[in-house]
Design a protein around this ligand. Structure first.
Ligand code: ZN
Length: 138
């Protein structure tokens, strides 16, 4: 198996449950037990009330595109084969916003407000990346 050449996230104690979730095909979001806030980026304390009493909730994995950009110039050689691709901010159903990619459709078809759902892309032993694809609400 060839090495994954793109930069990978560092797994820390704070983010470990999130990455373990992704490996298991779940988008886990931290939720503060003190004030009820769900948040992202994963952390061991709540950005609202600074409580360290944090739980991990299995989110629906659904959301809408808040904003996006189409990358047509690769940030490094490792991304050369991917361009053009979409980097988007996703408004998750549970509230938090997440930076990710929208895949599965031509970049020029991505729209603000488009419903999307998470898909998982395993890129290494440790890392499975959450990405998003269009999702038709019924
Ligand atoms: Zn809190």
């Amino acid at each position: 198996m060839s090495e994954y050449a793109k930069p990978l996230p560092d797994i820390t104690e704070s983010t470990k449950p999130f990455w373990e979730g992704c490996k298991a095909g779940k988008l886990l979001l931290p939720k503060c037990r003190s004030c009820g806030q769900m948040f992202f980026f994963p952390n061991h304390f709540c950005p609202e009330c600074l409580s360290e009493d944090v739980d991990w909730i299995d989110s629906s994995g659904k959301g809408v595109v808040h904003t996006f950009t189409i990358i047509s110039r690769p940030p490094s050689d490792a991304f050369a084969a991917d361009v053009p691709y979409v980097v988007a901010v996703i408004d998750l159903e549970e509230g938090p916003r997440m930076l990710s990619n929208v895949i599965g459709i031509p970049p020029e078809h991505v729209r603000v407000g488009m419903p999307v759902e998470v898909v998982f892309e395993r890129v290494s032993e440790e890392i499975t990346l959450p990405k998003f694809r269009p999702f038709d609400r019924v």
